[in-house]
Design a protein around this ligand. Sequence first.
Ligand SMILES: Cc1cc2nc3c(=O)[nH]c(=O)nc-3n(C[C@H](O)[C@H](O)[C@H](O)COP(=O)(O)OP(=O)(O)OC[C@H]3O[C@@H](n4cnc5c(N)ncnc54)[C@H](O)[C@@H]3O)c2cc1C
Length: 268
Amino acid sequence: GQVRIAARSQRRRDLIGIIDWRVQQCKKHGVDLRLNTFAEAADILALDPDVVIVATGGVPDAGYPFREQGPSFDVWDVMDDRLKSKQRVLVFDDHGFYPALDAVERLARNGQQVTYVSPERTIGIDVGSMNSPAYLQVFSEFGVEVRLGERLTQKPRIEGKEIVALLRNDYSDRESELVTDAVVVDFGTTPNDEVYVELKSQSLNHGATDLEAWVRGRPQPDTGAGSDQSSADTEAGPKFSLYRIGDAVASRNVHAAVLEGLRVGMGL
Ligand SMILES: Cc1cc2nc3c(=O)[nH]c(=O)nc-3n(C[C@H](O)[C@H](O)[C@H](O)COP(=O)(O)OP(=O)(O)OC[C@H]3O[C@@H](n4cnc5c(N)ncnc54)[C@H](O)[C@@H]3O)c2cc1C
């Protein structure tokens, strides 16, 4: 998932340990891991599960005004080195988290000229004080231009080989144009929840998590999933409970994904 994308940063490559350790534990405890396998709702139902936990994550939010219609890229494009040929890149960060800063770092280390724009009052407002110094060092060393309190106000214009972005300052309403070769927008992710939505109406709990049990660390209410009783009573009806965790719920972070997985798992 996205941890693999984040771990493409040379400086943050050890993030892959988050995955490696879990894979190791899964193997140790006999989990049947099926990698490189795209699961559709029918594939899941064919396994006749008692519980389904959907952890399908998210994809870059293209719903952000001006991103879908382009001409703009997302952080994943940058981490995949798809923008290597662009000399000047504007990174518009309306998320305030690690991804946009990783994109800035990757572009800057690649020798590209980067302008970082954010409507916030600091760079990466949700990046903690333990992690921000390394990024701030990159901003300084590579001369990244920073424009705070500003946002893209309309779809960037293509003018020949150049892109013209219109920026507006949130406080003064002052507008300015910035000529660049590419625009990258980070607005977080949008849930990749197709499988969850499809299975929802077929599940015993309609995909709902009992939040009271959830926050108190108690098992989720017994839906009868997997019991003989439930199969007998609902011959053609639902037989499994359904939960979803992590970015498949909303754009957040590794901690949320891990904690939610733990909370559901504890109760099973
Ligand atoms: C560059 C970058 C840097 C980041 N840095 C940090 C950071 O420092 N700290 C932090 O806490 N968070 C960070 N994040 C955010 C964090 O990576 C995500 O919030 C987290 O990975 C979400 O985990 P997840 O398991 O819910 O989803 P994902 O990581 O999105 O994983 C979902 C997985 O499900 C797979 N999948 C989707 N649909 C199907 C299907 N139908 N069948 C089979 N597989 C499917 C996907 O291919 C993917 O492998 C960063 C993100 C990026 C992009």
